[in-house]
Design a binder for this molecule. Structure first.
Ligand SMILES: [Zn+2]
Length: 98
C-alpha cells in the first residue's frame, strides 16, 4: 500500500524555533519532511516487515534533521513505517540519496 505523497513545510512558532531550522552549508537538508510517497534513498524491497503480522509495512513519513543545532548524524532523516493491520510502528535513521 502506498499513501500519496504530502509535502510538509516546517512552520516555527517562535523566533527561537525559526533560528534553529536549516543548515548554513546545505539548503536541502532540513526541508525533506513529507507524509506518504516513497522514502528518499530506500527501495520498496527494503521496507521493514511487521514484527506481529509479518507483512510488509507501509511507508508513512520521512522526517528530516532540523538544522545545524539539532542535526541527526550529518543530515540524516527518520523513516517512519506503520502496519495498517495491527498499527505497529517502526522508525529508522538513514542517509538519503537526495
Ligand atoms: Zn502488523
Amino acid at each position: 500500500m502506498e499513501i500519496p505523497k504530502i509535502k510538509l513545510i516546517a512552520q516555527p512558532e517562535t523566533a527561537e524555533a525559526r533560528k534553529i531550522i536549516g543548515y548554513k552549508w546545505n539548503e536541502v537538508a532540513g526541508t525533506r519532511h513529507f507524509l506518504g510517497g516513497k522514502p528518499e534513498g530506500l527501495s520498496e524491497s527494503e521496507y521493514p516487515v511487521c514484527e506481529n503480522c509479518k507483512k510488509t509495512m507501509t511507508f508513512y513519513a520521512q522526517v528530516d534533521s532540523i538544522g545545524d543545532k539539532f542535526d541527526l548524524a550529518d543530515c540524516m532523516v527518520i523513516y517512519n513505517f506503520v502496519c495498517f493491520d495491527c498499527y505497529n510502528v517502526k522508525a529508522a535513521l538513514s542517509q538519503t540519496s537526495a
